[in-house]
Ligand binder design. Structure first.
Ligand code: GLN
Length: 472
């Protein structure tokens, strides 16, 4: 796309450009590029064209279609749109059609957006490379021999390749921010509860959040403003209204207290990445912020706690795929055998690994030793963040310990794959917002993302700091 969402929507609202033109350009980009990148599980050509024509009719009648007028938005394939296949890139959902729209889809459409397609992901959002997809991997538009990150790799690649100005992803432990970093785009995870999870296929319900992926910070702010809302359909939804994030993007960061997280620099983080984070700290200082070093000691246990809590919740959430209620059914002599045959054929290796890990962690005798202990660590992480935020407004850290890696490099070594999220998992455990912003390049000229973390409900400060980095 030649322009960002903010500019395009302005043109469509003023009648300078038609929504049909915008949508046609997106579809043409997808047609030209997606054969190589494979970001999309489904492209909704006819539906998008019809919807764009409707928006143009509204404009012709002098009505305002809304802040995302005519803007194509790609949905990660775990977000439901009524009547459009939602596969979670899993065989087990084959043929299933959601009977309703996710709240984010309702909000996007009410703001004039056009759902352009569904994007590829690691199966059920479990992974960091989009290699664990039943439909095959997505390629990183910056280097086709490398992974786009994951699990929202399709969404990040679609935006990075200019196939759509905006996409939504979901982030349980880093799945919006890490692929955004690896593809050189912006990805924001809001405070837990800021965006409704109604219509998002559940992975780990106490961690899952939907958020935007965009080419720049202002577009991400615009999209988050549209999708953030209180929703009675999600019992964890926060009633507080969201401050204007577009206004925050313009804000000066003079006097803002920024904490550089020392626990996420050095060992385990590639040198090129550390260098860019230190450069980001200097850039914020030059913009008038006060940068200091802080330690959040318990975050070093974050990864271990996450890999007990997330699989535990997943093992329970994924029990619903029983061959009766959704998608795939493989025949068996009786119900139990049908159930086993369906799950054996329908789930990929990583999903099975998580279900086993989670079931184990929740079993009698292990519950106290593993699950309960992990929950205690989660509380410690929250307390350590609270302490850090007594002297800091936002925190600065890498998004990913390395730039985009090659296909096959980590897929057979779960531990090294899990390590990809070491920098993003802590704010997920705490339920805090965090954003990844591209900040130059590292090894092989590949993009490096830096992360701004903020206390709960302080997305405005997070966007202000992110925009300052982008300007730098
Ligand atoms: N990569 C992490 C995992 O595999 C995070 C995934 C996510 O945020 N959905 O669980």
């Amino acid at each position: 796309m030649r322009q960002g969402a903010l500019t395009l929507a302005r043109h469509v609202r003023s009648g300078e450009m038609s929504a049909v033109e915008v949508v046609e350009e997106s579809l043409a980009q997808i047609k030209a590029k997606d054969g190589r990148i494979s970001a999309f599980n489904a492209v909704l050509g006819e539906r998008s064209r019809r919807r764009a024509a409707e928006i143009d009719r509204q404009v012709a009648l002098g009505e305002d279609p809304g802040p995302l007028a005519g803007i194509p938005v790609a949905l990660k394939d775990n977000i439901c749109a009524s009547g459009v296949p939602t596969t979670c890139s899993s065989r087990i959902l084959e043929g299933w059609l959601p009977p309703y729209d996710a709240t984010v889809v309702t909000r996007l459409q009410a703001a004039g957006a056009v759902i352009i397609g569904k994007t590829n992901m690691d199966e059920f959002a479990m992974g960091s490379s989009t290699e664990a997809s039943a439909t095959g991997p997505t390629r990183n538009p910056c280097d086709l021999s490398r992974v786009p990150g994951g699990s929202s790799g399709g969404s990040a690649a679609a935006v990075a390749a200019g196939m759509t100005p905006l996409a939504l992803g979901s982030d349980t432990g880093g799945s919006i921010r890490q692929p955004a970093a690896l593809c050189g785009v912006v990805g924001a995870k809001p405070t837990y509860g800021r965006v409704s999870r109604y219509g998002l296929v559940a992975f780990a319900s106490s961690l899952d959040q939907i958020g935007p992926i965009a080419a720049d910070v202002a577009d991400a702010a615009l999209a988050l403003e549209v999708i953030a809302s209180h929703d009675p359909m999600d019992s964890t939804s926060i009633p507080d209204p969201c401050e204007s994030l577009l206004a925050a993007v313009e804000r000066d960061v003079g006097g803002m207290r920024v904490g550089l997280i020392t626990d996420l620099l050095g060992e385990g983080i590639d040198h090129d990445v550390t260098e860019r984070v230190e450069a980001a700290a200097r850039a914020l200082e030059e913009s008038g912020a006060e940068v200091q070093e802080v330690s959040v000691p318990s975050i070093s246990y974050g990864l271990s706690a996450y890999y007990l809590i997330a699989p535990a919740e997943a093992s329970s959430n994924l029990a619903r795929y029983d061959g009766v209620r959704y998608g795939l059914r493989v025949k068996g002599e009786n119900t139990e055998k049908m159930n086993v045959a369906t799950r054996t054929a329908g789930f990929g290796d990583e999903v099975k690994r998580r279900i086993m890990l989670g079931t184990f962690a929740l079993s009698v005798g292990y519950y106290d030793a593993y699950y309960k202990k992990a929950q205690k660590v989660r509380t410690l992480v929250i307390r350590d963040f609270e302490a850090a935020y007594r002297s800091c407004d936002v925190l600065l850290a890498p998004t990913s310990p390395s730039v985009a890696f090659a296909f096959g490099e980590r897929i057979d070594d779960p531990m090294s794959m899990y390590y990809s999220d070491v920098c993003t998992i802590p704010s997920s455990l705490a339920g805090h917002p965090a954003i990844s912003v591209p900040f130059g390049t590292g090894a092989g000229g590949l993009p490096v993302g830096v992360q701004i973390l903020a206390p709960p409900l302080r997305e405005a400060d997070m966007f202000a700091a992110a925009a300052a980095l982008e300007r730098a």
